[in-house]
Design a protein around this ligand. Sequence first.
Ligand SMILES: Nc1ncnc2c1ncn2[C@@H]1O[C@H](COP(=O)(O)OP(=O)(O)OP(=O)(O)O)[C@@H](O)[C@H]1O
Length: 380
Amino acid sequence: MHADHSGRREAREEGQAAEHLMARAHAETSYAAGEPILQVRDLVKHFPLTQGIVFKRQVGAVKAVDGVSFDLHRGETLGLVGESGCGKSTVAKLITHLEEPTAGTLRYKGEDITRLSGRALKAVRRNIQMVFQDPYTSLNPRMTVGDIVGEPFDIHPDVAPKGDRRRRVQELLDVVGLNPEYINRYPHQFSGGQRQRIGIARGLALRPEIIVADEPVSALDVSVQAQVINLMERLQDEFELSYVFIAHDLSVVRHISDRVGVMYLGKIVEIGSEEQIYEHPTHPYTQALLSAVPVPDPEAEQERERIVLEGDVPSPANPPSGCHFRTRCWKAQHRCVVEEPLLAVPENFADSRPGEAVHHPSACHFAAERAAVVPPGVSG
Ligand SMILES: Nc1ncnc2c1ncn2[C@@H]1O[C@H](COP(=O)(O)OP(=O)(O)OP(=O)(O)O)[C@@H](O)[C@H]1O
């Protein structure tokens, strides 16, 4: 009886493994070389605002994400930056299917994965993993490190059969620079940086192709931030990972990002290569964010002209008409009130060529370069 059960279980596990391989192979066939691994188009997430206790009625919507588009290429890191509340975490949750979008599409290796359920959803979730912000709260304090890192194997037993899990978890701990003998310890026995390594090991367990890291170093000291970023870069090369790396601070993402998208009130307002964004920003919001980053060189720090933005970020439940940034922008004119600027290479740079620094999308009617003292990136 017992042998019969385990035989059936093995057959089921083999069947699941075969299904997964078939799903991967199918995705590979429709995915041309050089095509983005992830395509995000016009992604929208509106959270309903309700009133009343017994009879709830919708009185509006929080426009957390309001038409976000970008591509992510294999092996690339896209940094997403913006102030608190601009919708970064919601984008992360939409990509990893923790939230359902209100509108828009997500394509993974050319396949539409926007609305999946059952096995198809499970297969995609395996390939797109999330690393969370705060290692102090995202790890269950009552679970050992072995249980935390190995938990994804409970949901995907085909990746590591029960008898092999301990060895696989120890390998993962080793890969992220933790002593494999710590497998029975609890999260409180580790430092902040070590806890983030545990979170990364867990994110790697299922051998994903994309990792969405939501503020993975924001809770850490600067010196520890550099160690974790260096680790993530090493893992990216070793496992051919693609990253969406989210942070509120432009200096944090500079070192690791190939491209950077700057978000404001649910929209990407400027996107380009690391050089385009840091050395040739054309959107006033990007310029203001860059001007606020401290520069270690005292002379450059003195010369630096800071742009102080007035007022607070407006509520995403009631964003301004036209350009969302206009209420805090020193360049705002009547056109900005009545006409929303599209995220495209600005009209005034229409003569520039594709390789040129200013030739990148910026959602501003009056996009222009402005000399900025460039902050260095966080690096080891
Ligand atoms: N489940 C939800 N229900 C209602 N509103 C939400 C929900 N999740 C997020 N929001 C709102 O959506 C907006 C965007 O939130 P989000 O967490 O994506 O921003 P963020 O840029 O990641 O900010 P932070 O860095 O503070 O997390 C905020 O106004 C937030 O209050």
